[in-house]
Design a binder for this molecule. Structure first.
Ligand code: XLS
Ligand code: NI
Ligand code: NI
Length: 448
């Protein structure tokens, strides 16, 4: 097959905000220096294989609409898989982003046994290594699909049947090794069906113990093979199950600490999983950073009217800028990055739509980065936060935190009138305007 995306020569150029060409970046410039680092090195953007190349646009109500010839029925599944991979790398290289991510099943046909699947995956990993070498595109993270096959209908590690646990373990062991072989910088575990549909048939205590054991096995194997990437858990509250155990970052953090796993795993925060959990994306990133487990990001968005994982491409600088600010203040994302776990709408049937989607998402991220960097430089947000807590650096605050005062002592001092709280404004509206000012003005001077 010749080029699939024949209209685009790539790499997609920078056109600037005055460009009317949808196949140019308006803000994103990989080499632009922001706070001393290249924009690309801050964002470490990646394309996800599954939504873009392993899904044809089908939904619950209808068949595929997208032009994905390698997904059509065929007698030669390996040839189709090779075509899919060639087109995927053509896209990555033409878009000009450094990373990609995939599940084992996104690239390899299942075959009729685990041994066949493993052989298929190994053969396609060899191809991927060649494509990576040729294009310079790298693997941000690998993962195993432990939710599509009917055997996982009641979960993988949390399945009532230990045979299923074992099958999942086999899949993860192999995919961890494939990820290592391809130089993957992270390995993700998303607990797609690790939850329940009804409590009537569910033993919560057992299932949690099984999940902890599974995560220990993965960490042990990582150490055994000397994989240096970061292990990541991707929280999500529900869908496909009614309730998922990795509900949100706080739940995952508690689970990790409760099972002695907090030094082995960090989190891959997905924007729309945050909103499904009733949080903001900002909250999830800030909570992960505050607890030392911020790993990587799946950058997408939901639809404010829909309560499901619509996986749309990110397009709101307002929504992205504060999460990016927290990331910068936390010292960046590496070895994590921004993977677009996002898919086209079913009606976006032109081949170029995949470019428009990624270009738009990257531009929104780039503007968020400029705004966040401008807030870091200006520092007034942090100064206001610091001033708000200044008392904790004083005599009383230090004594309380240092454990040198008792409740009785505090009561005495309050009763004596030595301590008397003064009300202070939180200045929320002023801060909201301050953020807007950066969102609106960032990058003006550097634009052509
Ligand atoms: C689904 C998840 C999934 C993970 C990878 O909601 O976002 O795509 O990122 O298994
Ligand atoms: Ni998701
Ligand atoms: Ni995701």
């Amino acid at each position: 097959m010749g080029e699939f995306f024949a209209d685009v020569h790539g790499p997609v150029p920078f056109g600037g905000l005055d460009s009317s060409d949808p196949l140019t970046f308006k803000v994103y410039q990989a080499d632009q220096i922001v706070l001393g680092e290249r924009m690309e090195d801050h964002l470490r953007p990646g394309v996800c294989y599954w939504h873009s190349f392993a899904w044809d646009g089908r939904d619950m109500f209808g068949v595929g609409t997208l032009d994905r010839p390698w997904l059509e029925a065929t007698d030669d599944e390996m040839a189709a898989a090779r075509m899919r991979m060639a087109v995927a790398f053509e896209f990555f290289a033409k878009l000009g982003t450094p990373y990609y991510c995939f599940h084992d099943r996104d690239v390899a046909p299942e075959g009729d046994s685990f041994a066949t699947f493993r052989a298929n995956l190994d053969a396609l990993a060899d191809d991927a290594a060649d494509h990576q070498q040729r294009t310079g595109v790298r693997l941000l993270w690998g993962t195993a699909n432990l939710f599509s096959d009917p055997r996982y209908q009641a979960g993988a590690a949390t399945n009532p049947d230990p045979d299923v646990f074992a099958y999942a373990a086999a899949q993860v062991k192999h995919m961890l090794e494939v990820t290592q072989r391809l130089g993957g910088e992270n390995y993700v575990l998303w607990g797609g069906r690790e939850g329940y549909d009804t409590l009537l048939n569910t033993d919560l205590r057992r299932e949690q113990a099984q999940l902890a054991r599974f995560l220990h096995l993965v960490a042990e194997h990582k150490a055994k093979i000397g994989f240096t990437g970061q292990l990541l858990i991707e929280p999500k509250p529900m869908e496909p199950t009614k309730h998922q155990y990795d509900y949100d970052v706080a739940t995952v953090y508690g689970f990790l600490v409760g099972n002695g796993l907090e030094h082995e795993y960090k989190v891959n925060v997905e924007a729309n999983h945050a909103t499904l959990a009733g949080h903001s994306f900002h909250h999830e990133v800030a909570f992960a950073a505050a607890n030392g487990i911020l790993g990587s990001i799946d950058a997408n968005r939901g639809d404010p009217q829909n309560g499901w994982d619509t996986d749309q491409f990110p397009n709101s600088v307002d929504d992205l800028c504060m999460p990016v600010y927290e990331i910068l203040r936390n010292g960046g994302l590496a070895p994590g990055g921004f993977n677009f776990d996002a898919k086209l709408r079913r009606q976006s049937t032109d081949r170029n739509d995949l470019f428009y989607a990624h270009i738009g998402g990257l531009d929104a991220l780039a503007q968020a980065l400029l705004a966040a960097a401008s807030m870091v430089e200006d520092d007034s947000l942090q100064k206001l936060r610091d001033e708000r807590y200044a008392g904790w650096g004083g005599e009383l605050g230090s004594a309380i935190l240092g454990g040198s005062v008792t409740l009785a002592e505090l009561e005495r001092r309050v009763a004596d009138g030595e301590i008397s709280p003064v009300r202070r404004s939180g200045n929320q509206e002023m801060l909201e305007s301050l953020v807007n000012q950066h969102v609106w003005s960032a990058g003006r001077s550097t634009r052509r």
